[in-house]
Design a protein. Structure first.
Length: 165
């Protein structure tokens, strides 16, 4: 039965209100509810509570832009923060973090760990090859450069240098 947690009427009471030839005042007094509630249940076809969620999703991205974001998530397995940064930089500058999170939820891609588990083979090894560092001979240093996102209080972009001996 789909009844709201704070509803003062049950399906049986709602059916009785619907079938009642009395005015709105009598059932309202009998069941201690408002006349507008009686009017609502007299006008409804079913006695179930309807959803209070919006019927149309208010998104700022077009369906094509959402498709690009979904494809990026599926192919690169980026975390939400990185996906937000890429989306704002290249796809839609006004998109919100929660908007992207809702988009991922709608398409069943909100849980990154689950996506990675789904990509694993029968033996539990990830299908995506995990790259290790290249084996260098002694004396060489492996250096990676990562571009960090520009923060609001910074005037230029910063870099992270990682060196492994």
């Amino acid at each position: 039965m789909n009844i709201h947690a704070q509803a003062q009427t049950t399906k049986l009471i709602r059916a009785e209100i619907k079938a009642s030839p009395l005015s709105e005042r009598r059932p309202a007094e009998k069941y201690n509810i408002t006349r507008s509630t009686v009017r609502k249940w007299k006008g409804r076809e079913k006695q179930d509570d309807l959803s209070h969620r919006p019927h149309n999703m208010q998104t700022t991205m077009s369906s094509e832009q959402e498709a690009v974001v979904i494809e990026i998530r599926k192919s690169l397995f980026l975390p939400l923060g990185d996906l937000v940064a890429i989306t704002r930089e290249f796809i839609h500058p006004d998109v919100s973090r929660s908007g992207i999170a809702c988009c991922l939820k709608r398409h069943g891609l909100s849980n990154l760990k689950q996506m990675l588990r789904d990509q694993a083979d029968a033996e539990g090894r990830p299908k995506l090859a995990v790259k290790g560092f290249k084996d260098y001979e002694p004396g060489f240093v492996h250096i990676d450069v990562k571009y960090l996102p520009q923060m609001a209080d910074e005037s230029s972009r910063t870099y992270l240098f990682v060196a492994i001996d």
